[in-house]
Design a protein around this ligand. Structure first.
Ligand SMILES: Nc1ncnc2c1ncn2[C@@H]1O[C@H](COP(=O)(O)OP(=O)(O)O)[C@@H](O)[C@H]1O
Ligand SMILES: [Mg+2]
Length: 493
């Protein structure tokens, strides 16, 4: 039932419920005790009175029973009622009325019926009972056994209406209620305050999140507290930031891809137009045809790179397969690049551990990694040497390619793995689309591996190091997320 209410309502219901039940219980317990104490005090007061009066009647009653009374008892009773104000009744041992003050209700009777206070007085000297009196109002009856020299002569009965005692009890209940009320009001006010301090920021979070969902990703929640809500706010801001970066990356990616495709398309169009001129000499015609073929090759390469990246981004890249004969497969892959390097007069050295373990990746992915690393090394080195080293530890296989080529600055290094990034040093001088290193990185992250690079500076050569873990990590990260940002504090991960 409770979970159909808002947090605010839930807090209110719980707080007020507890306060109400607790308050009522307290009120009842305290009230009971007050009531008992008040009534006891009242009765005790009258008992003392009755005992004193009973003692003064011992002798007169004795005389009376011996037939020596000359109206003494009647006078004493009248005087007593005048002075003290209670109603009295004197009985002999057989409950016969000896004397009374007015209003006891026994004016008419000769002998009173047995009642609880009289029975009790017989055994413990004083007895009490509360019952309606002759006019129907609750009254306290106190009976004291009157004794003279150890002999029971009769009883003194004192009666007093309970109304004043009950009025006192009611007054005390009122006082108690008045004292309890402000506490209840305080609790209700406090619960309203607490519930609104919780629900208002949640409402704010909700509105901001809705804003973000509607596309306003630059919305940021103002975080004013360090509590859970503040942390949630920070996390939402972080999420919005990540999404914003991601969206920007994706948009850039699309426009870069379009741009990369447009240039070769323009070339194709120009060459096709030129070829439509029938007077074009044969030699030129052949050059143009070769150029067209090259552009088509570049475009095909670009498109397959884009498709590969898209597959990895969407998580559709399968992780199946294992490279069993790692060392010899690597030698096969390298052969082509050794020829390319030697064609450029470059020294080409390899150091491949013959006992490499099985690699938990598809042989196609291994080929893409090695081809991209070696093609870069050969492409960006004009003289000197290229060295490829592959070694293993129980945890991973490390593929390292170093060259003595153009190298890069620290500023360039920061961007090398960005999609479509090509340094100013290479743009216009070397062919390429700037996707090779991003593809290596995406594939390696897919397998839980990574790629790092160092260069001592422009013209100082470069070293690229790729590692492939042999034990599959539990989670492989999605490479296209801007994951390098730190998660804001307070959120556990
Ligand atoms: N071996 C290397 N030496 C120096 N710079 C390199 C090397 N490999 C890559 N780079 C730099 O990194 C950029 C991105 O490389 P890559 O993603 O393979 O794209 P591409 O080779 O098509 O330009 C290159 O344009 C170049 O600036
Ligand atoms: Mg490349």
């Amino acid at each position: 039932m409770l979970n159909r209410l808002t947090i605010r309502q839930r807090i209110l219901v719980i707080f007020i419920g507890i306060a109400f039940v607790g308050g009522t219980v307290q009120f009842l317990i305290a009230g009971r005790q007050l009531e008992a104490a008040t009534l006891e005090f009242y009765q005790h007061h009258l008992e003392t009175d009755a005992l004193l009066v009973a003692a003064t009647f011992a002798e007169p009653l004795g005389h009376y029973l011996e037939g020596e009374d000359e109206g003494g008892i009647g006078r004493m009773l009248a005087a007593l009622q005048q002075e003290v104000g209670h109603d009295y009744l004197i009985l002999d041992r057989n409950y016969r009325v000896v004397g009374y003050t007015a209003n006891t209700g026994y004016e008419q009777v000769d002998r009173v019926p047995v009642s609880p206070e009289l029975v009790e007085a017989d055994s413990v000297q004083i007895g009490s009972d509360i019952r309606p009196n002759h006019v129907g109002e609750a009254a306290l009856y106190l009976a004291v056994s009157v004794r003279y020299e150890g002999e029971a002569l009769g009883y003194l009965v004192l009666s007093e209406p309970m109304a004043p005692a009950y009025a006192e009890v009611n007054r005390r209940y009122m006082e108690l209620a008045i004292a309890t009320l402000p506490v209840l009001v305080l609790v209700v006010a406090a619960s309203m305050w607490v519930s609104s301090t919780i629900s208002r920021p949640v409402q704010h979070l909700r509105n901001s999140a809705l804003n973000m969902a509607q596309g306003a990703l630059d919305t940021r929640i103002q975080v004013t507290t360090q509590d859970e809500i503040g942390q949630l706010g920070k996390t939402l801001n972080f999420m919005a930031g990540q999404l914003e970066t991601l969206m920007k990356t994706q948009r850039n990616f699309v426009s870069n891809a379009a741009h990369e495709l447009r240039t070769p398309l323009m070339t194709l169009k120009l060459r096709a137009e030129a070829l439509s001129d029938e007077t074009l000499p044969k030699a030129e015609r052949e050059t143009y045809l070769t150029e067209i073929q090259q552009e088509i090759d570049h475009m095909a390469e670009l498109v397959s790179s884009l498709l590969l990246l898209a597959r990895i981004d969407e998580g559709r890249h399968t992780q199946n397969g294992v490279v069993t004969d790692t060392a010899s497969i690597l030698h096969d892959l390298i052969r082509h690049w050794r020829i390319e390097a030697e064609a450029k007069q470059l020294e080409f050295a390899t150091q491949i551990d013959p006992d490499l373990p099985e690699l938990p990746m598809s042989s196609n992915d291994l080929r893409v990694i090695v081809d991209n690393l070696l093609s870069n090394a050969v492409k960006y080195t004009e003289q000197g040497r290229i060295q490829m080293t592959v070694a293993s530890t129980p945890q991973m296989v490390t593929i390292q390619v170093s060259d003595t080529g153009i190298g890069f600055s620290e500023e360039q290094q920061r961007h090398l793995f960005e999609r479509f990034y090509r340094s100013d040093t290479v743009r216009g001088r070397y062919n390429g689309n700037g996707l090779g290193l991003s593809i290596i990185e995406a594939i390696l992250e897919h397998y839980g591996g990574q790629i790092t690079t160092v260069s001592r500076g422009p013209g100082q050569g470069a070293i690229f190091t790729a590692t492939v873990p042999l034990v599959k990590p539990l989670t492989a990260r999605r490479s296209h997320l801007p994951h390098r940002q730190a998660v804001p504090d307070g959120s556990s991960h």
